[in-house]
Design a binder for this molecule. Structure first.
Ligand code: FRU
Length: 441
């Protein structure tokens, strides 16, 4: 048992009990139970061992219970990893689709040769006990222009049939998505490919979603050039509008820690999205690694559409049930607040919020900036900037080792891990008055 296992443990965010977590997978509510799966390397907090799917479940998205790794690499077609995928329900049965990753031994580049990407189908009644695995698509079923990087199936029902989207890299290093269709969830027919020129070499984790009657494609492109106010992380994730061609890519999150989101529709019709609150190959690190685990998912966020067609993200309303004590911070005031907390404020002019003088968030009327001034607090994170012409309000959900900053009704979000010494931070505000609620389970 490692020392201090509770230090930095998140209260409202999904984390691995041990080891490494990355993408949210298989999000679904079936037979009244929510299931949240995630990419999991249970023994290695650096994620170097083959991944399976960890499983949380429960009646309420903010009080899920951990089950176990319900899918692990145990057939030749997924021997190097049960990679990302999705879940859909048909006649009370949950159907899971994921990528079985296989790397052949030999002198390969693993881009154009040496790798298998199998789409594998399993079913489950309770979300935990899985049927036999069945391969439904193999490399030979992908178009000839694709490299061996094809993965992350997302399935949905539309126009009387099942549809699947897969993320891919072409042999000429362009990111794209492939669409397949099926009548029975077993036999899949290739339909078409979508891409746009010069927009990264690989698109991971695609997701097709309809929100407020508009259709969007979410993808996580790799290979975009960083700009002063956009694309500042090593890889990006965002969404296109289908009009009907792909256009107007908008990043989901402008912070340090966000990648590979997936959405699902809740029984009440809400579109809910989780992201991985982490990213691969970053220059910064996480203080939990010596404690035996790494990474977290974001809060579940409700996605809505604003008048201009852009999507908004806000913490699901269930979070408000956990608000207990309330304190008020007037302009230029500083108070010690216990984590986790939920800070809300209306904003008119420029404002600044700092946590323990080590994390600063400011909006100057045009631009937003999240900056860490302390190596330990940010574990190597520095600053992230974005253009934001309007900001009528701000909400900060700070958990034990993360912040999510929701701006202008959720039209922009900054997510980041942070590592305070204990469960208290000094919250200082200027340019606004805030209400801070303690969050408690
Ligand atoms: C995204 C990703 C997916 C893949 C999974 C493997 O973070 O690279 O494309 O399925 O992680 O863990």
């Amino acid at each position: 048992m490692k020392q201090n296992q509770t230090r930095y443990r998140q209260q409202f965010h999904i984390e691995p009990p041990s080891g490494w977590l990355n993408d949210p997978n298989g999000l679904i509510c079936a037979n009244g139970i929510y299931h949240v799966y995630f990419q999991h390397s249970p023994v290695d907090p650096n994620g170097e061992t083959p991944r399976g799917w960890g499983h949380y479940f429960g009646k309420n998205l903010l009080e899920l219970q951990y089950d176990k790794d319900v899918l692990v690499p145990d057939i030749p077609e997924d021997r190097n990893g049960v990679y990302s995928g999705c879940a859909v329900e048909a006649d009370g049965v949950i159907h899971i689709f994921y990528t079985g990753n296989v790397k052949h031994e030999g002198d390969y580049d693993y881009i154009t040769e040496g790798r298998e990407a199998n789409v594998i189908h399993v079913t489950t009644q309770d979300g935990s006990l899985m049927s036999e695995k069945k391969v439904v698509l193999r490399n030979a079923d992908y178009p000839d222009f694709c490299s061996c990087h094809v993965r992350d199936p997302k399935v949905w029902f539309e126009n009387g049939k099942w549809n699947m989207v897969l993320g891919a890299r072409t042999r000429t290093d362009e990111g794209c998505v492939l669409y397949y269709s099926s009548e029975d969830l077993e036999n899949w027919k290739y339909e078409k490919c979508d891409s746009i020129p010069d927009f990264g070499y690989m698109w991971e984790c695609p997701d097709v979603m309809t929100v407020g009657g508009h259709k969007y494609l979410s993808v996580s492109p790799q290979g975009l050039e960083s700009e002063a106010y956009r694309y500042q992380n090593v890889y990006q994730s965002g969404y296109f509008s289908y009009k009907p061609c792909l256009c107007e890519f908008k990043e989901w999150d402008m912070g340090f820690d966000f990648y590979a989101p997936q959405s699902f529709e809740a029984p009440d019709g809400r579109r809910i999205l989780y992201g991985w609150m982490g990213i691969g190959d970053a220059e910064y690190t996480n203080a939990t690694i010596p404690l035996g685990w790494q990474h977290s998912l974001t809060l579940p966020r409700e996605i809505t559409v604003s008048e201009d067609g852009n999507l908004r993200q806000n913490p699901i309303k269930e979070l408000e049930h956990f608000r207990v004590g309330e304190s008020r911070l007037s302009d230029k005031e500083c108070k010690e607040i216990t984590l986790p907390f939920d800070l809300v404020a209306d904003t008119k002019n420029a404002f600044q919020i700092t946590l323990s003088d080590k994390l600063t968030f400011l909006w100057d009327g045009e631009k937003a900036l999240l900056a860490f001034s302390n190596q330990e607090f940010g574990a190597g994170r520095t600053k992230r900037k974005a253009l934001l012409p309007y900001c009528e309000n701000v909400r900060i959900i700070a958990d034990r080792s993360s912040v999510e900053i929701y701006l202008h009704h959720g039209s922009m979000v900054f997510s980041s891990r942070m590592y305070p010494e204990d469960d208290k931070v000094q919250v200082a505000v200027s340019g606004l008055e805030a209400v801070v609620y303690q969050l408690k389970k």
